[in-house]
Design a protein around this ligand. Sequence first.
Ligand code: ZN
Length: 84
Amino acid sequence: MSDEAILIGGSSGVAGSKQYKCAECDVDVWIAPSGQRTLATYLFPMRILCFICGLLSIASNPDPKIQPIQAEQLREIEQHLRRN
Ligand SMILES: [Zn+2]
């Protein structure tokens, strides 16, 4: 379980986001285009979690590895902030 890959969804929609369900608590989450690309190209199964379940998963992992933010994610965040 500790090497399991997770993708944490957001609660509001960056342009082009798709709606998914948290694999733990079934709440609706949104995955931006950069995350959708990660899901499509990652070589191993990846669980989608909401922010709370994602934090709990990270906290329960003795050696979590968190991927640094990517340039595409920064652009999405910047565009989202400019629109709102
Ligand atoms: Zn959840």
